[in-house]
Design a protein. Structure first.
Ligand code: DPM
Length: 324
């Protein structure tokens, strides 16, 4: 007997995924595309790439551009005008307030969220503490800068821009003695052999959402939300909801010296957070714990605790400096 076409063929849809063009962005987006294509063979998943403002403006310090949505706005416009159905971001690049009509549809399982140190060949095998007075560390993250200045006042810091490959090349060319990059990005790009030191949370609290992918989509497309649900990782989502609520409440913006760490043990989520001044002299840190189901409330509670210890004043000074 020959098989007849099914009278009710499963719905078939071409689903377009928006992505930045950097190598890391494409590795992340192609992973999402591959997983979804495997689990939903009836649909066709296509990747569409574009450049964001953050990819184009490379000669200005990230913190000076200061604009929210630097790496996401063009992708969001594409979702709203129907060019794409969803966009894959590094969650840490996604602002905590999303534009009307768009939501965080899915948070994927997090890689190691820690920061890593990569040294120039002449310092291979050492640690930041061993570097000589005045050694030059490349970073454009105010969070990394403030925490490392606090712990290692003997080091000098210099801005470094560009994607991961560009940064490693600038380091190898001798412009810097070390650079700090996320373990997650290096791992996804197969550069784990370049990691010389992983910074413990006692030294560097990571950025909000670091190591997880955030998939943003329209709030009125239940079919896409259902599809994305297969890539959602509950514990990562709870941790990142707490972290993002903390940052949103402090009105951190995308470039501020704010760091976090989260741990889930059973049903309890513990969130550590810190705010530091750019010179590293003031560093306010505290911890809250509670049920994972109250993740966002925990983030807000921690923001309040830090504010009562002077965090707002530190942030006001930094925001005024960045705007001048
Ligand atoms: C944001 C920051 C940086 C990126 C600021 C911060 C790092 C900039 C720098 C918000 N986005 O972390 O305090 O160090 O000069 C970025 C990276 C990844 C996502 C690269 C990195 C990959 C890791 C991940 C850039 N965005 O931090 O090494 O998925 O978390």
């Amino acid at each position: 007997m020959t098989a007849n076409a099914s009278p009710n063929p499963p719905s078939q849809r071409t689903i377009r995924i928006g992505s930045r063009k950097s190598q890391l962005a494409l590795i992340q987006t192609h992973w999402v595309q591959g997983e979804l294509q495997r689990q939903f063979p009836n649909h066709t998943f296509e990747v569409c790439t574009l450049e964001t403002q953050g990819d184009k403006v490379l000669d200005v310090a990230l913190s000076k551009i200061g604009d929210k949505g630097l790496f996401t706005r063009e992708l969001e416009d594409g979702m709203r005008d129907g060019t794409f159905d969803f966009a894959v971001h590094s969650l840490k690049d996604l602002p905590t307030n999303l534009p009307e009509g768009l939501i965080l549809g899915c948070v994927t399982e997090r890689e190691n969220p820690a920061d890593a140190v990569v040294f120039h060949a002449k310092y291979k095998g050492q640690t930041l503490a061993d570097l000589p007075e005045g050694a030059v560390v490349g970073t454009s993250s105010l969070r990394r800068l403030a925490q490392l200045r606090h712990h290692y006042p003997h080091l000098t810091f210099k801005d470094i821009r560009g994607n991961v490959n560009t940064r490693l090349r600038k380091l190898d060319d001798g412009e810097y003695d070390a650079t700090i990059l996320a373990v997650a990005g290096l791992t996804r790009m197969d550069f784990t052999d370049r990691i010389d030191q992983i910074l413990a949370p006692e030294i560097s609290l990571h950025a909000v959402g670091q190591g997880a992918l955030g998939i943003e989509c329209r709030d009125n497309d239940p079919e896409i939300l259902e599809i994305l649900n297969v890539l959602s990782h509950g514990p990562t989502r709870d941790r990142c909801l707490a972290e993002r609520a903390f940052l949103r409440d402090l009105e951190g913006g995308c470039q501020v010296p704010i760091g976090v760490n989260t741990v889930i043990d059973g049903d309890t989520l513990t969130l550590t957070g810190m705010v530091a001044s750019l010179d590293g002299q003031q560093l306010i840190k505290d911890v809250v714990s509670g049920p994972t189901a109250t993740a966002e409330a925990l983030g807000i509670e921690l923001a309040g605790k830090l504010r009562s210890q002077g965090a707002q004043e530190i942030l006001d000074v930094i925001n005024a400096e960045l705007r001048s």
